[in-house]
Design a protein around this ligand. Sequence first.
Ligand code: BV8
Length: 248
Amino acid sequence: MAVSINIPVEVVDILKSSQFAAVLTGAGISAESGVPTFRDAQTGLWAKYDPLQLATPEAFQNDPQLVWDWYLWRRELISGSQPNPGHLALVDLEAFFPEFTLITQNVDGLHQSAGSMGVIELHGNIFRTKCSRDGRIISDPREPSGSVPLCPECSSYLRPDVVWFGENLPADTLKTALEAARVCEVFISIGTSTLVEPSASLPFFALDNGATVLEINPQSTPLTQRASFSIRGDAGEILPALADEIIN
Ligand code: BV8
């Protein structure tokens, strides 16, 4: 495993000669867009809440209004953010590789805003709303009073279409992600603490299936020791440099 602050030439050579690249992103790639990472201290009103406690079915059960308000606050925060050079570099890399699969743990939709296609959203999308009883997607529920909107069909509470802790990921989404990790030649893990399962197992699964695994993160993570390469740095800086070296 080589840890470096710039891009090892072997990384460029391997990426240039690979046909199929898979990428996993976490909250870190959106940090430079001003979206606090999942483990960053929450700000203001939300500072006293632990996101790991709020993003659960139990929290919603106990206090739907609190959880709904938290998601409205986060939607507001994300709506004011733009994709950053890290997101945009992934769009360039997608065009370069004959086969490219982008898997994200993020719910902010910034990859799609940047122009990435076929994004696999392992944990859903914060801007989609669904019925808490049957999971049906409800477009644009308006609740003028700000209270938790109710399903127009069955009057159950509506909730954000995200995967909470203790909930299964959508089976087909996870299957697609696992298949990409199984067959890719190179797997790039970007901006994730590699703590949340089952997403965190994807780079290890890729390694076990013979892929070269590259990690990009300013910090080390449980993947660092096993990664083929681990580059210390911000995604918004490393990815454009990497794309530049590979494409030009
Ligand atoms: C599941 C959507 C089967 C919601 C999210 C006990 C009981 C129940 C479950 C469990 C349990 N023990 C373990 C589990 C499994 C649990 C889990 O993994 N828990 C962890 C905390 C141990 N997983 C689940 O529950 C999953 N479901 O397993 O189903 C099951 C069912 C029942 C019972 C058991 C098992 C569901 C997990 C999905 C949770 N939903 N999001 C929402 O967003 O509101 S996860 C949430 O964390 C976000 O999606 C986030 O993306 C994700 C992971 O975090 P990261 O993305 O890595 O972000 P983080 O802040 O942690 O790290 C940021 C990184 O970026 C850092 O490394 C930092 O250094 C780096 N960084 C910072 N700046 C930059 C940067 N990198 C690059 N550039 C920069 N500029």
